[in-house]
Ligand binder design. Structure first.
Ligand code: NAI
Ligand code: 1HS
Length: 256
């Protein structure tokens, strides 16, 4: 398959569903070999099978990205599957939950930090030496509008996503000279994914839903493909001068 990513090897975490799956699919459509990594083994296998059926060279590995030792094992296997290289890593896996500083359970706070932030560090660390060895690569992290704006009752998630944006800048400062570009995508609400359902289901009153939508000048929420296209851009050669940027894709939510 021809495209911007012919011969490129891409690992996408949390890609059994949602935005990650759409991102994997689009990379595949543009010629990439893709590795699906997800905590949900059955869904990861099904996702890889679906992409293979669409003509993409896709494999799946079960992985909880917060498990430090398991990250190294799974990434080792993925890189071996790619004959010793990896060109692109998308740190997409993320979770959200609700609560203020007073009402967030400590275990939930820690889990949100682990999945969104610490795992981005673990997974990036697992690919950097191989990218360096091959003269470069691209890493795309996942922030959120929640990393830019205080969202009511999302204390841990807002903190985590702001940290991911900070880590993106630090990594760009550290690794750009070695040809490793690190950038971030910060989506606004995508209602059609599991996380979107969780978010919108959190308060089903018509008034609350209207209030949420009214924050989006474009008048609607986003679609997974609209976020995936931004990820592909940042991972591509078209973004050769983008290092440490945070690409906000939010229908204008943070513009107002
Ligand atoms: P989703 O919940 O639909 O999909 C997340 C995927 O990550 C799932 O397949 C899940 O099994 C996997 N996952 C969760 N914990 C994991 C772990 N510990 N190890 C490995 N895999 C794990 O979420 P969605 O909406 O596709 O979100 C993707 C990314 O986009 C996340 O980082 C999220 O924070 C971010 N985002 C999502 C927005 C939305 O409105 N849906 C808006 C802004 C950012
Ligand atoms: C879950 C995702 O990162 C979006 S958080 C912002 C939610 S909203 O209040 O702008 O709909």
């Amino acid at each position: 398959m021809a495209g911007r990513f012919g011969n490129k090897c891409v690992i996408i975490t949390g890609s059994a569903g949602g935005i990650g799956f759409e991102t994997a699919r689009m990379f595949g459509q543009e010629g990439a070999r893709v590795c699906i990594m997800d905590i949900n083994e059955e869904a990861a296998d099904a996702a890889a099978e679906r992409l293979s059926g669409e003509g993409t060279d896709a494999v799946a590995f079960q992985l909880d990205v917060t498990d430090e030792a398991a990250v190294d094992v799974a990434f080792g296997r993925a890189i071996e599957n790619f004959s010793g290289k990896v060109d692109i890593l998308v740190n997409n896996a993320g979770i959200a939950d609700f609560g203020s500083v007073e009402t967030t359970d400590t275990a939930i706070w820690r889990r949100i930090m682990d999945v969104n932030v610490t795992a981005t560090y673990f997974c990036s660390r697992a690919v950097l030496p191989v990218m360096r060895e091959h003269g470069g690569g691209a890493i795309v992290n996942f922030g959120s509008v929640a990393g830019h704006a205080g969202i009511n009752n999302m204390a841990a998630y807002c903190t985590a996503k702001a940290a991911v944006i900070g880590l993106t800048k630090q990594m760009a400062a550290q690794y750009s000279a070695e040809g490793i570009r690190v950038n971030c995508v910060s989506p606004g609400t995508v209602a059609t994914t599991a996380m979107g359902h969780q978010l919108l289901g959190s308060d089903m009153s018509e008034e609350a839903q209207k209030r949420r939508l009214s924050k989006y000048p474009i008048g609607r929420f986003g679609e997974p493909g609209e976020i995936a296209r931004a990820v592909l851009f940042l991972a591509s050669e078209e973004a050769s001068f983008c290092c440490g940027s945070d690409f906000v894709v939010d229908g204008g939510m943070t513009a107002i």
